[in-house]
Design a protein around this ligand. Structure first.
Ligand SMILES: [Zn+2]
Length: 322
């Protein structure tokens, strides 16, 4: 997967047009859930601002573009790249403010990119805000966040927002297939990850597809013992189980509506689906979907995991028996 394939050409075109007209803002906010796309766009913008050729060609291989790709160019600085961190603290903003006051060393424009800027602590945001009020010329600051609301309004009002869209299911599925994942799994991952590549890769690494297939067969066989295995789960894991149950019940509805012809997450388990669905009417399938959605909400709102699972066992048993 090449990073240029992650870049929305129209957005990139608008950014390079600003460079051409010398009308770049100082601070940009790249918003969207898809982290890989935001990072690729920020890197491409940093290259366009510094490229030796100024051709704005995404495939430029000049010395500077290559070094920016390798993370080896002193005028492009990244923060928050470590995926394990849970906050970006004021110390990093102090170091950034120090850098901001210096002239570019080898390029034309110094670029500071804050990945996961939603992790900036309130103190760090306040310190950042001061530097955004009167930034020295020759700098571009890019803040990557899922949503604008993740930062103080006072920061947002000083930044130009660029919306980075998530992948479409087909695009994401194709990327995963290119990475060597089997098409049926790629379709499944694309559907559950709502356009988010990182989430899809994580689900692949954790072998969710295989595990979920086993879950489907266990659940259809014996819902009580299926749910019993999660009674001591933490909230996060319980929510994953409910996401699975909701997807499963949605697939039952789709199978019912289409006579089993549509593309399903659990397509390989289609046969038990057809059998199950043929015995049910739409209302009971819809009721199951609604009940599971409600039970998930109760866990999300701090309901007791064990108690909710017991209620769910009753709901599933009733559904499968009638
Ligand atoms: Zn170049």
């Amino acid at each position: 997967m090449l990073s240029r394939d992650l870049i929305d050409r129209e957005i990139y075109g608008r950014l390079t047009e600003q460079i051409r007209k010398s009308k770049c803002a100082t601070t940009y906010l790249f918003t969207g859930e898809e982290e890989e796309k935001k990072k690729a766009l920020a890197r491409a913008f940093a290259k366009a601002l510094n490229c030796e050729n100024q051709s704005f060609d995404l495939e430029c291989t000049c010395d500077i573009c290559r070094r920016i790709d390798d993370g080896n160019f002193s005028d492009v600085t990244w923060y928050g790249l470590d995926e394990e961190i849970n906050s970006l603290k004021i110390g990093q903003i102090r170091e950034f403010i120090h850098q901001l006051g210096l002239k570019p060393v080898e390029g034309k424009t110094k670029v500071f990119i804050f990945n996961q800027a939603e992790l900036l602590t309130p103190d760090a945001q306040n310190a950042l805000l001061k530097s955004l009020e009167e930034p020295p010329p020759g700098n571009v600051i890019i803040l990557l966040v899922p949503h604008a609301r993740n930062l103080f309004d006072t920061i947002i009002s000083r930044a130009v927002e660029v919306k980075v869209l998530p992948f479409k299911d087909e695009e994401l599925s194709q990327i995963l297939i290119d990475e060597g994942i089997a098409p049926s799994e790629a379709d499944y991952l694309a559907r559950i990850s709502r356009g988010n590549l990182k989430y899809a890769r994580k689900a692949h690494d954790q072998e969710w597809f295989e595990e979920r297939k086993q879950w489907v067969s266990h659940l259809s066989r014996d819902p009580i013992s299926f749910l019993d295995q999660f009674t001591s789960s933490k909230r996060d894991q319980a929510l994953e189980v409910y996401d699975f149950l909701i997807e499963w019940s949605r697939d039952l509805l789709v199978t019912h509506a289409s006579g089993g012809r549509s593309i399903l997450i659990y397509a390989e388990q289609l046969y038990p689906f057809e059998q199950l669905v043929s015995q049910k009417d739409f209302d009971s399938l819809f009721e199951l979907f609604e009940n599971l959605t409600m039970l998930r909400k109760s866990i999300d709102e701090n309901g007791n995991v064990k108690l909710t699972l017991t209620q769910t066992q009753v709901v599933l048993e009733r559904f499968l028996k009638t």
